[in-house]
Design a protein around this ligand. Structure first.
Ligand code: MN
Length: 254
C-alpha cells in the first residue's frame, strides 16, 4: 500500500511525524506537506505561481518526504504528479486543533483529504482537540487501525472520513463513534486594532459558538470523550424546502 501523508500545520509539525510513523507500519509512505503553517487554508489550489518541492527530513521511516510552497490540497495533487504512482490512501494530520462542524470548510487538513476523495482515492483527515500539549499517540494508533481497515475495503465515492480525537491519554479515550457534522460558528471573529502609524488592521480572534452539538454530532462525540468519525461528502446542495426558494425567486427563475 502506498500512503500519502500530508497536513496543513506544515512539514515541521510534530503531528505529521506521529502520523508518518504510524502509516509506515502499514506500507510505503510518501510525505508531502506545506513548508509552513497553512491552517484554515481551505481547499485552495495554486494557479498563479510555480509549485516547488524540496526534499525534507522527517523523523520517520518513509520512502520520500517533501516540503512544498503549495497548499494542503496542492500536496494531494502533487502526490500523483511527475509519474509518481498514485497513492492508495491519503491521510492528513494529525492536526493540532479539532476540525468540527463547518470548520471542515476552512480546514486545510480536511481539504487535503477531500481532494483525495475527489481524485477517487480513499482518504481521511485526523485531528486532536487541542492546540498545545497535544497527545498524538492515541490518535496515531487509531489512524493505523483505520488505515488498515480502509486498505481492505472500498469507500463510497467522493467521500472522506473526518476524524477527531479527544486530547486525552489512551486510558481515558472512549470508543470511536460514527457522527455527523454539528454546527460550530465563529462569532466576533475579527478584532480591529491600530498599527503604530494609526491605521487599522484586523486579526482573527473568533470564539466558536456551538449550536448543534448533541449526541449524534462530531462536537457531541468528542465532548463525551469519544473518537468521532464523520463521513463527509462534497455535495453542498440545499436540503431545505425547495418551495421556499421557488417562492423567493418567483419571476426570476422558471
Ligand atoms: Mn492545522
Amino acid at each position: 500500500m502506498r500512503i500519502l501523508v500530508t497536513n496543513d500545520d506544515g512539514i515541521h509539525a510534530p503531528g505529521l511525524v506521529h502520523l508518518a510513523r504510524a502509516m509506515a507500519t502499514l506500507g510505503e509512505v510518501i510525505v508531502i506537506a506545506p513548508e509552513r503553517q497553512q491552517s484554515a487554508a481551505g481547499h485552495g489550489i495554486t494557479l498563479h505561481k510555480p509549485l516547488r518541492m524540496s526534499a525534507a527530513e522527517i523523523d520517520a521511516p518513509v520512502a520520500e518526504a517533501w516540503a512544498t510552497n503549495g497548499t494542503p490540497a496542492d500536496c494531494t495533487v502533487l502526490a500523483a504528479a511527475d509519474d509518481r504512482p498514485r497513492p492508495d490512501l491519503v491521510v492528513a494530520g494529525i492536526n493540532a486543533g479539532a476540525n468540527l462542524g463547518e470548520e471542515v470548510l476552512y480546514s486545510g487538513t480536511a481539504s487535503a483529504a477531500m481532494e483525495g476523495a475527489l481524485q477517487g482515492l480513499k482518504a481521511f483527515a485526523i485531528s486532536v482537540t487541542a492546540y498545545e500539549q497535544c497527545l498524538f499517540e492515541p490518535a496515531a494508533e487509531f489512524a493505523a487501525k483505520l488505515a488498515r481497515r480502509l486498505a481492505e475495503s472500498d469507500m463510497p465515492p467522493d467521500t472522506f472520513l473526518n476524524v477527531n480525537v479527544p486530547n486525552v491519554c489512551a486510558e481515558e479515550l472512549r470508543p470511536a463513534v460514527l457522527s455527523r457534522l454539528g454546527r460550530r460558528k465563529y462569532v466576533n471573529s475579527l478584532e480591529r486594532r491600530l498599527d503604530p502609524r494609526g491605521r487599522s488592521y484586523y486579526w482573527f480572534t473568533g470564539e466558536p459558538l456551538e449550536s448543534d452539538c448533541d449526541e449524534g454530532t462530531d462536537i457531541g462525540a468528542v465532548k463525551a470523550g469519544n473518537i468521532s468519525v464523520t463521513p463527509v461528502h462534497f455535495d453542498m446542495n440545499f436540503r431545505g424546502r425547495r418551495g421556499e426558494i421557488e417562492q423567493l425567486l418567483d419571476g426570476i427563475v422558471e
